[in-house]
Design a protein. Structure first.
Length: 480
């Protein structure tokens, strides 16, 4: 069976009776699931031997649906959207809904009851970013009987404010039976989100999304959500003498993505992390949260290369150019008037002899609007506080080369073909542009200037080395 026209296999999981937004009416229906890919589909079946029922018999969007399965199970589906309507004349009407979340073992009475005090969400592939481990190599001096030790890592606080606290945590396997040929030790990284007051599942997912975006930028790889567990003060086990213990709920969700975290055949070469967990403590997480929404289009362009490795080199290049152009427009200067004022303020720090030349570099061709060339020139100067590596491209010519190449690939103007970058030079230009964007992203994260400068120089080194190797090969070939 396919779900919503997409090629996702879903299997019958439960049959039971269902209530829409906990109304009095109860309807028979079948629940289909694909736990690995997050498929949650409910088909409500209404016997009908008369005329076809109205398409709007049920809402197209339903906040939550509760159900009781024939084996006495309790289920709540949240954020349900209509995916199909079928009239089987003389037998039944079938209304199909996909859900974003499913809570097994609980039925909520009201929408406002679907709120939680804690979420633990797994994001596979981030252990190296976290830079801690429960398994450690022991000090072998005097310890010849041990090759691995266990050091339990307590949750590490990433950020805290008056609304919530965010932690990084690792669970670990602890095999209790050792009389077997193979023993597997496994760690699983989680984010833990604990608000000061109960919050909706949507609030938790939005908070987790901000951190996931930050992790993707930091690591340079696409990431996905795996298991999600929530807790609520109203959901608990009750023991003797009235003792209560929180009962965690595992959440089946539609936020799973098939992501290859190995990216072993990645065209765009992977460098070291932009920053890791311990370095994140030097950043200003609050500042990042305040600008994250404004930066979202830039981030989407940045990580499209991570998710879509089938893009051509020219598309990678165009994405990075657009990301820089959008960043300058949203965070530095939107209108030509604002930009001209910025330029004059910038030039105040320059010696008088250089001002006119710099003014021409920053404003050349920007008569009616801010051109791409001017935006790139401004970003490249970095307030005269950092010098970017531009490889074989002369710094003062680089903005024009990039603008010409962008215009060639977007408009396919053959007059620009000879002056446009291709092949290895286009790849190099992409990395230089990415290096510039990462400089400004680190500023938005609130890192100190010294850290930013050192990290940006580190991350361009592979490109510097590649260029040097290529030049050496070219010299060697000329000598033959």
């Amino acid at each position: 069976m396919t779900c919503g026209g997409e090629k996702m296999q879903i299997n019958l999981s439960a049959t039971g009776f269902w209530k829409i937004n906990n109304s009095k009416d109860e309807y028979p229906g079948d629940l289909y699931l694909n736990k690995d890919e997050g498929g949650i589909v409910l088909y409500i079946r209404i016997p009908n031997r008369g005329a076809p029922m109205s398409y709007l018999e049920f809402p197209l969007e339903i906040s939550f649906i509760t159900g009781s399965t024939i084996n006495n199970g309790k289920v709540t589906l949240v954020n349900c959207s209509r995916i199909s309507t079928e009239s089987r004349i003389g037998t039944e009407e079938v209304f199909g809904y996909s859900a974003q979340f499913m809570f097994n073992g609980v039925k909520f009475n009201k929408e406002e009851d679907i709120a939680f005090s804690k979420m633990t969400i797994s994001i596979p592939g981030i252990i190296q970013w976290g830079d801690v481990s429960n398994y450690i190599q022991p000090d072998l001096e005097g310890r010849e009987d041990s090759f691995i030790d266990l050091k339990i890592i307590e949750p590490i606080e990433i950020y805290s404010n008056e609304i919530y606290t965010l932690y990084y945590h690792l669970t670990f396997s602890d095999p209790f039976y050792f009389m077997q040929e193979e023993i597997t030790l496994k760690q699983k990284p989680y984010l833990i989100i604990e608000p000061q007051s109960v919050q909706t599942i949507e609030w938790f997912m939005e908070t987790a999304k901000q951190m996931k975006r930050l992790l993707e930028l930091a690591m340079g790889v696409p990431l996905s959500y795996d298991s999600i567990i929530v807790e609520s003060p109203d959901i608990y086990y009750e023991f003797e003498e009235g003792r209560k213990h929180s009962r965690p709920l595992e959440v089946l969700h539609a936020y799973k993505q098939n992501v290859d975290n190995k990216l072993s055949i990645k065209r765009i070469k992977k460098h070291d992390y932009l920053f890791n967990l311990s370095e994140l403590k030097q950043a200003d997480f609050l500042q990042w949260q305040e600008v994250a929404n404004k930066l979202e289009p830039i981030i989407e362009l940045y990580i499209e290369s991570l998710y879509n490795q089938n893009l051509s080199v020219s598309r990678h290049f165009l994405n990075m150019v657009q990301a820089l152009e959008t960043y300058h427009s949203r965070r530095i200067a939107n209108s030509l008037g604002d930009y001209k004022q910025r330029v004059e303020k910038l030039l105040e720090v320059r010696p008088e002899a250089f001002r006119e030349k710099d003014r021409e570099f920053l404003l050349d061709d920007s008569r009616n609007f801010i051109t791409l060339k001017s935006r790139l020139a401004d970003l490249l100067l970095a307030n005269y506080r950092f010098i970017f590596y531009t490889g074989e491209f002369k710094l003062l010519e680089f903005p024009q080369i990039i603008a010409t190449t962008r215009n060639y690939y977007t408009h396919y103007n053959q007059k620009l073909e000879d002056r446009s970058l291709k092949g290895e030079k286009l790849v190099t230009a992409f990395h230089i542009l990415r290096n510039i964007l990462e400089f400004y992203l680190l500023k938005e994260f609130g890192f100190e200037e010294d850290f930013i400068h050192e990290r940006i120089r580190e991350r361009i080194k592979p490109i510097v080395n590649n260029i040097e190797i290529r030049k050496a090969d070219e010299r060697k070939n000329k000598q033959k």
